[in-house]
Structures are given as structure tokens and as C-alpha cells.
Design a protein around this ligand. Structure first.
Ligand SMILES: N[C@@H](CCC[C@H](N)C(=O)O)C(=O)O
Length: 252
């Protein structure tokens, strides 16, 4: 399935034990961004294991949660589902339209040790600079993100710069890297280099992190905006928790 262009192979492992596979190989063979393994949960409708294209196991994936939430709701005939993650968060999923799913991504974590960073510093202004990129924000929305604000995302060679930023010494668990351009209407155009995967057409958790960073920096005052990717758009809302809404699709 895909969620706004973020591609997943989803393996239902609730009845058959598929948990120890070569996820890097599956991702390479299928050209997907993440491999998702669904198992049983004692506290939610299912447990979602997330593997990046390099085989690393990670804490959350917003777009995959929308796809898995859709599948569970289809199976149960409901408009609500819950998904347990390895970071102990429970994601709530709501049906928002025919193939539109809304996810409660929880509260962002903003303290330096929650990102996590290797030394104490101001997460709203990290002391990181590379090429034309400088002064990023760090946000954890279940997984770590670093967001740079730029005038035009089209002019930044993210592919060349991001590998060094993903593995920056300040991020002991590495990080997802985004460049964000806020347009006049208050929407965000975002390009993302995903930790463990590379450039993707969309990233749900990055959309949430970029919106939180934009509000904290004072660039956006609204509670909701559209975050626009090459692969599609996501509606992000930050009240107490952060909510993400967008379409899901099967890949033929
Ligand atoms: N595509 C995802 C994020 C997947 C995990 C990420 N690459 C990480 O390592 O944290 C999303 O939609 O959030």
C-alpha cells in the first residue's frame, strides 16, 4: 500500500510467524520505503513493527499507520482502530472518508534528551550547519526529526547533504531530515530524507514534526495546515495532540 506516495510492504503476521525475515532484502526487491509487520497486541487492535529499507527497526511511521489502520477497520467493519508501537505509544486511527484516515500521533517531545540528542542544547535552534542549511529545529513525534527552514526546497541538494546530517554526532540514534518551505497561504512544502531509507515521496511523521517546528518558531499561527509532498498532501493539526489526515491506496 502507499500513503501519499510513501510505499510499504505490509506483512500480516498475526496467525503465521513472519517476524524474523530479511527486511532489507524485501525492501530492496519491492522498492518500498518501509516493511511493516503486523502482529497481535494485548492492548490495541494490533502491533505494528516498522523496518526501514536498510533493515533497521524503528519506532513509528505515520503513513504506514494510516494504511494499517485502514486495513484493520476494513476487517472489523468499524471506523476506529488502535495500533501499538515499539515506543509504547498507542496510535488511534479514525475513518475520515472513503480512503481517508486520520491518526492521533500523540504529543511531540521537545526536550534535548527526548529527541534524543547527545548533548544538552536548544532544540529550537540546533548548532548544526551544512552548506546552505543552518539553524534547524529538532522534534520527536515518536521518532527523531531535524527540520531546516528554507526559501525554496527546489534549490537545495538534499540528496547530497542529508547522509551527513542523518548521522550527525548530535543524534545518537540518527535522524530523519526535512527541508521546509512555508508558502504565503501558510501551507508547508516539504522534502524529506528518511533515516534508514533516503529520499521518499512523503513522510507522515516528518509532516507532523515540520508543522510543530513551524508553530514553535512562530512561522505559522493556525492550528491546522496542509503539508505538501511530491507524493501527495497531508492535513496536520496540532491542538493538544498532533493529528494527521490523508488518503491511503493499494499499489497494483
Ligand atoms: N515513513 C514514515 C517514517 C518511517 C520511519 C523513519 N524512516 C525513521 O527511521 O524514523 C512516516 O510516514 O512517518
Amino acid at each position: 500500500m502507499h500513503g501519499s506516495g510513501n510505499n510499504f510492504v505490509i506483512i500480516d503476521s498475526r496467525l503465521v510467524d513472519n517476524v524474523n525475515r530479511d527486511y532489507k532484502k524485501i525492501a530492496n526487491n519491492s522498492n518500498c520505503d518501509q516493511v511493516i509487520v503486523v502482529t497481535n497486541s494485548n492492548v490495541a487492535d494490533c502491533f505494528m513493527h516498522i523496518y526501514n529499507a536498510d533493515g533497521s527497526k524503528v519506532e513509528t511511521c505515520g503513513n504506514a499507520a494510516r494504511c494499517v489502520g485502514y486495513l484493520i477497520m476494513l476487517e472489523k467493519g468499524t471506523e476506529y482502530a488502535t495500533i501499538e508501537l515499539m515506543n509504547e505509544r498507542i496510535l488511534e486511527c479514525f475513518k475520515a472518508g472513503n480512503k481517508s484516515i486520520k491518526i492521533n500521533m500523540g504529543k511531540p517531545s521537545l526536550k534535548w534528551y527526548e529527541i534524543p540528542l547527545s548533548t544538552e542544547c536548544d532544540t529550537l535552534h540546533l548548532p548544526i550547519e551544512l552548506g546552505v542549511l543552518k539553524d534547524p529545529v529538532a522534534v520527536n513525534i515518536g521518532n527523531p526529526h531535524m527540520i531546516f527552514f528554507v526559501d525554496s526546497i527546489d534549490k537545495i541538494p538534499l540528496l547530497n547533504l542529508a547522509p551527513q546530517l542523518e548521522t550527525h554526532i548530535l543524534f545518537p540514534k540518527k535522524t530523519n531530515v526535512s527541508i521546509a518551505q512555508i508558502d504565503k497561504s501558510g501551507e508547508i512544502n516539504l522534502q524529506v530524507w528518511e533515516r534508514g531509507t533516503g529520499i521518499t515521496a512523503s513522510c507522515g511523521s516528518a509532516a507532523c514534526a515540520a508543522f510543530v517546528a513551524s508553530v514553535l518558531r512562530g512561522y505559522i499561527t493556525a492550528q491546522q495546515t496542509s503539508v505538501n509532498f511530491l507524493g501527495g498532501n497531508l492535513s496536520i493539526e496540532w491542538t493538544d495532540n498532533v493529528f494527521m489526515t490523508g488518503d491511503v491506496e493499494f499499489i497494483q
